[in-house]
Structure formats: structure tokens, C-alpha cells
Design a protein around this ligand. Structure first.
Ligand code: FES
Ligand SMILES: [Fe+2]
Length: 401
């Protein structure tokens, strides 16, 4: 395949702004390869929390599409990300999903790489061979309040301004003091963009998410607006900012270089995203009480977080193939919380487990319908505004040479 599908311009011109994308965006293998190369390889991806690799040598792999990254803490204690592609003849270097390593030894011909990615030695490569030229390719890394963001390609969207603006808003939650207590994967037979689009709108929440809709006002803009002033008073009282940060739309710096923050009210009686409204874990960071709110955070175009007063949930929609996507859901609580004493994993994960199962079902049906030759993209609703922004960024990204 060339670097862009031959009919990309035709396809782009077929998309009517304010409408869903045409069928081929979700069915074409060439378009999928293009998405990996132009979108996933050139954007910031949230791969995990630094507490997952506390010691030098601790590592995990993060795989998507055709790609694989080694996320590792090096001997100096810094977090690095390497492309998991041997510089000799291209084998995967690391094949275990997570662990502790002293060095990475390629399983094919035993080229041996340091944790820093440098090639220590290439076996029997002769006197002229210079290992310094053959280190693993490096991905860029930003650790934002403990969250590890990685951009595999060279031209990373300039995220500094967005993170500067986001930092004081998320500071009260002390993300750096979180730990991951549960991760779940929900494989869905659909293109990754349908999974992202589903996350970006709550137009479906009332009809599709019984449990979620009971506690979260996002399903109804009117109810959310009515409860917002009281929430803002309560948020301020417990030490949380009440401003909204929205760098998308006309304020966008560059595609993929934005951040979003908004705290919105839960319904009365709900302190957090639990079955009965009661707390699930100790308060995060410096919060002095439960304000009955939840915060949507996004960083770039691929990374989403929902932050309650006592836990945070991270979401990724990881492409596997043109119609195979893994929905990753990651639950985090403060790192000094103890299972059994301070939180119970079943209770903590209940809401987003049932909600993600619903999402798997609706996204699967969405793809099945989009696969039909009779699918004609329909108009987006007002509540789907974030999908418009996503399409806007996405089209700019895939159009780059
Ligand atoms: S492909 Fe890795 S050592 Fe040969
Ligand atoms: Fe949903």
C-alpha cells in the first residue's frame, strides 16, 4: 500500500460536515493501515501509570494495530518507550507482555539492548559494526502527573500548552498518587473510530445505559444545566476548580494538541459512580469532601478519563484490525488504599463494567449496520458535538502526506 489510499481525496469529499463518516472509513483495510500510520503513530497515547513500573527494569508492552511499544523504567529511573522492532531484521524484541528485565535480548539472533534502548552488542557482526548506530527506535514520552503518554512518531502534537492549562485543574486529584487496581478489556468487532465516537457522545446514554443514566446527568443537558450551579458551589467548597477547559473547536492549537476538563453533576444522592451512590474508596488527593460531581478529562484525541471524587477511570479504544477493537478500561484509586479495607474491586468496577458491556453491544450493532451497502451517513445531533471536532482533527491528520 502507498502512504495514502488512492481514493482518500474522493472519500474525504464524500463526507458532509455535520454528518457521520461514509462507510469506507470503517470497512477499508487500506484506510485502517492509514489510520495506524497517520493517527495512532503520530498522536499521544496514554499507555498507563508510572506506578505500574516502579523499579528500574520494570516494563510492559503496549500493542495496537501493527505496532508494539516497550514501556520501561531505565537504570536512571526515567521512563522510556522503545519501538519493539529489532534493528537487525525486524523481529519483535520483547515478547512477554510485562515483567522485569536487565536487558532486552532479541529472540531471533540475540542482539542485546540496554533498558535505555542502546544496542549493547550484535553477535559476530565484525569489526566495522558500530552498535551505537543500531539502538531501538525511541518513542517520545511525557509523564503528566503520573500518567504516561507516548508518541511513537517524530512529529508529536505540541502538548505543552494543553498540559500547562490542565495541570492546575487536575492537581487536586493528585493523579501522581494513584495506582491501577483493575484493568479490563472488552473486545468489540468494530472499527476503532466507532468506539471513540461512542465515547464522545452521551446522546446514547439514556436509551442504552440504564445504570449509568440513573446517576449521571450527562445524558440530559437540561438536567445537567439545572444542577450545575449547586455543584459548582459544592466543588469550590471541597477544593475543586469549577472552570471548564475546552481547547477543541476554534480554540484548537493543532490536531491532537488539546485538552478538555469539565466537572458535571451526578444526580442527588450520588457521591460517586457507585451502585448505591455511596463512596467506593478514600477521597483523592487534597479533596476535603464529596461534591457529587464527576470530571471528564481528555488529552489529545485518543485519551479519556472520568474522575470521581474517590477514583479515576481511564479509557482507550485500541485498534487491532479494521473491525477489531479492544476497549480498555482502567480503574485507579489512591495508592495508599488497601483492597478489602478501603475499597472493594467488585463494587469499584461495577458501573463501568456493566456500562462497557452495553457499549460493546451498541458499537457492535453500529458496525454491523455501517457494513451494509444501504448505509447512508445521517445527521449528527447537537449532543454529538464532540464527534464533529473529532472528525475535523481526524480528517486533518489523515490528509497529511
Ligand atoms: S532480528 Fe533481532 S537479532 Fe536478528
Ligand atoms: Fe456508552
Amino acid at each position: 500500500m502507498t502512504s495514502r489510499p488512492g481514493d482518500l481525496n474522493d472519500l474525504m469529499s464524500k463526507h458532509r460536515p455535520g454528518y457521520a463518516l461514509p462507510r469506507e472509513f470503517y470497512t477499508s483495510q487500506a484506510m485502517f493501515d492509514h489510520d495506524i500510520d497517520k493517527v495512532w503513530n503520530r498522536n499521544w497515547i496514554w499507555v498507563g501509570h508510572e506506578s505500574q513500573i516502579p523499579e528500574p527494569g520494570d516494563y510492559f508492552l503496549f500493542d495496537y494495530g501493527t505496532e508494539s511499544l516497550i514501556i520501561v523504567r531505565d537504570r536512571q529511573g526515567d521512563i522510556r518507550a522503545h519501538l519493539n522492532v529489532c534493528r537487525h531484521r525486524g523481529s519483535r524484541v520483547c515478547t512477554e507482555g510485562a515483567g522485569k528485565a536487565r536487558v532486552f535480548v532479541c529472540p531471533y539472533h540475540a542482539w542485546t539492548y540496554e533498558l535505555s534502548g542502546e544496542l549493547r552488542a550484535g553477535r559476530d557482526m565484525g569489526a566495522d559494526f558500530d552498535p551505537a548506530k543500531w539502538g531501538l527506535l525511541a518513542a517520545q514520552v511525557i509523564v503528566f502527573q503520573g500518567m504516561i503518554l507516548v508518541c511513537p512518531g517524530d512529529d508529536a502534537p505540541p502538548l505543552a500548552t494543553a498540559l500547562e492549562q490542565l495541570a492546575p485543574l487536575t492537581a487536586p486529584f493528585a493523579f501522581e498518587d494513584l495506582k491501577v487496581v483493575h484493568e479490563a478489556r472488552y473486545p468489540v468487532p468494530a472499527n476503532w473510530k466507532l468506539a471513540v465516537e461512542n465515547y464522545l457522545e452521551c446522546y446514547h446514554c439514556a436509551p442504552a445505559h440504564q445504570e449509568y443514566a440513573r446517576s449521571h446527568t450527562l445524558k440530559s443537558p437540561q438536567q445537567m444545566a439545572a444542577l450545575m450551579p449547586a455543584l459548582q458551589e459544592r466543588s469550590a467548597a471541597v477544593g475543586l476548580p469549577t472552570v471548564e477547559l475546552n481547547m477543541t473547536g476554534p480554540d484548537a492549537i493543532a490536531p491532537g494538541a488539546d485538552a478538555y476538563y469539565r466537572r458535571y453533576p451526578l444526580f442527588e444522592g450520588y457521591k460517586t459512580g457507585s451502585r448505591d451512590g455511596e463512596p467506593l474508596a478514600p477521597l483523592l488527593g487534597s479533596l476535603t469532601g464529596f461534591d457529587g460531581g464527576a470530571t471528564d478529562v481528555s488529552i489529545g484525541i485518543l485519551n479519556f478519563f472520568l474522575v470521581y471524587s474517590d477514583h479515576a477511570v481511564g479509557y482507550r479504544f485500541v485498534p487491532r484490525n479494521v473491525q477489531e477493537t479492544d476497549i480498555h478500561v482502567v480503574w485507579m484509586v489512591r495508592k495508599d488504599a488497601e483492597e478489602g479495607r478501603d475499597y472493594n474491586t467488585d463494587d469499584l468496577t461495577w458501573l463501568w463494567h456493566v456500562t462497557s458491556q452495553d457499549d460493546e453491544r451498541i458499537i457492535r450493532h453500529n458496525q454491523a449496520g455501517v457494513n451494509s451497502h444501504f448505509f447512508r451517513p445521517g445527521p449528527l445531533a447537537e449532543m454529538e458535538w464532540a464527534i464533529n471536532d473529532f472528525y475535523d482533527y481526524y480528517k486533518k491528520m489523515i490528509a497529511t502526506a
